[in-house]
Design a protein around this ligand. Sequence first.
Ligand SMILES: *[C@@H]1O[C@H](CO)[C@@H](O)[C@H](O)[C@H]1NC(C)=O
Ligand SMILES: *[C@@H]1O[C@H](CO)[C@@H](O)[C@H](O)[C@H]1NC(C)=O
Ligand SMILES: *[C@@H]1O[C@H](CO)[C@@H](O)[C@H](O)[C@H]1NC(C)=O
Length: 443
Amino acid sequence: MMGLLIESQKENEVKWTLESIAWYRVTEMLSRRKPWHCMAKGLILGCLLTGFLLLLYSYAIAPSQVAMAKASTPSRCSSPPTLPANITKGSCWPKLDIVFMKTHKTASSTLLNILFRFGQKHRLKFAFPSGYNDFNYPSFFKRSLVHNYQPGDCFNIICNHMRFYYSEVRSLVAPNATFITVLRDPAHLFESSFHYFGLVVPFTWKLTGHNKLAKFLQDPNRYYNPRGFNAYYLHNLLFFDLGYNNELDPRSPQVAEHILEVEQRFHLVMLQEYFDESLVLLKELLCWELEDILYFKLNARRASAVSPLTGELYRRATDWNKLDALLYRHFNASFWRKVEAFGRERMAQEVASLRRENKRMERICIDGEHAVDAKDIEKPSLQPWQAMGAKTILGYNLKKHISHQYDQLCRKMVTPDIQYMTELGVNLWVTKLWWYIRMLLQI
Ligand SMILES: *[C@@H]1O[C@H](CO)[C@@H](O)[C@H](O)[C@H]1NC(C)=O
Ligand SMILES: *[C@@H]1O[C@H](CO)[C@@H](O)[C@H](O)[C@H]1NC(C)=O
Ligand SMILES: *[C@@H]1O[C@H](CO)[C@@H](O)[C@H](O)[C@H]1NC(C)=O
């Protein structure tokens, strides 16, 4: 049993996170000089919950994970699912086999929602993780992590967070599956990641002062420790997510090789800054309908919680994430070549109709026609997952009366990914348990 436990890195992660939370709570309490009995209560509660979670976890997960790990015979996904005869559009067939490499902090939750809806509409087979909403991130993807995986299994859509491992992913989808991903200007991505994950990266706790981000960027090497827990969140996160070494020397010839590899493996690399243009290119590539790419921004932060990165700070953030900057520069250029090939004029028209339709859906679905703070979201089923220690992610309230025709679509479009995955039948018990614990501890 002990040997099995060592294998599951996730458990370590849960434990570590819990420990960092407990520690965070204690330091917070100390700094606010809360009465000792309050601290003691928090600590006892924290310890009890940690113990309970670990116990539950080790019993429920370890054996099945080991059983699945044995199943590593290669699979052939040669017979794609047959399309219903009535789905046609012009001269092309909508493509149903998609791998979305979901990067962090890049509007990827919005795209996830689009994929969930499309998959549901066409009754596609998703490869989902089990227990959590990611594939054991930050460990590399393994096919055995897919829920109920049997050797030879083939899936239509893979789209949850993972650390990319091409050959493993490749083996689970049809040979002509479309690979897509999304990138973002690394300076802004860094700011977002720092805000969202900063608290679970212990070396940031040393940072003092009001603007920790600026402090860090003044001399990153003074604070950064590549072996620190969760360190990858704050250094070339795109490179890391895509499965490469995020600590490579930017002058290494491997950098260009990796970038080229991404180019060869992915049919479309979208950009968060040009999300609508990206979706139009996606729609074209996959032969989808406009309806398929409609969206409301999900998992977005309140504007006041975004620290604008300008001038010197922007330059420093770009410098610090040099590998991602090189990656982004490459795909920014290829993106605009694709737009050029698509036709600038045509692109402008398609973007305009996408925005018009999104606006129309907003008027149909959303109460007040805009996103609201977490505390103003009425239904728990529409509460988004929040970063540790701050409730800055916005969500939506649906209108009270929505015509029957749009009822389902509206609800799906505003459903955060955790709840949507539950609806799609994924067992997320660890994620949910963690959610309740956080609610209890109010973190
Ligand atoms: C295809 O046909 C089936 C049965 O005739 C129908 O239920 C389904 O809605 C149709 N799908 C589309 C996309 O038109
Ligand atoms: C994928 O390839 C199969 C043959 O292997 C073909 O029948 C199918 O139409 C292709 N799908 C797309 C969307 O190109
Ligand atoms: C991306 O490319 C566009 C068009 O060439 C350019 O205007 C923009 O500055 C580039 N963005 C970055 C962050 O390099």
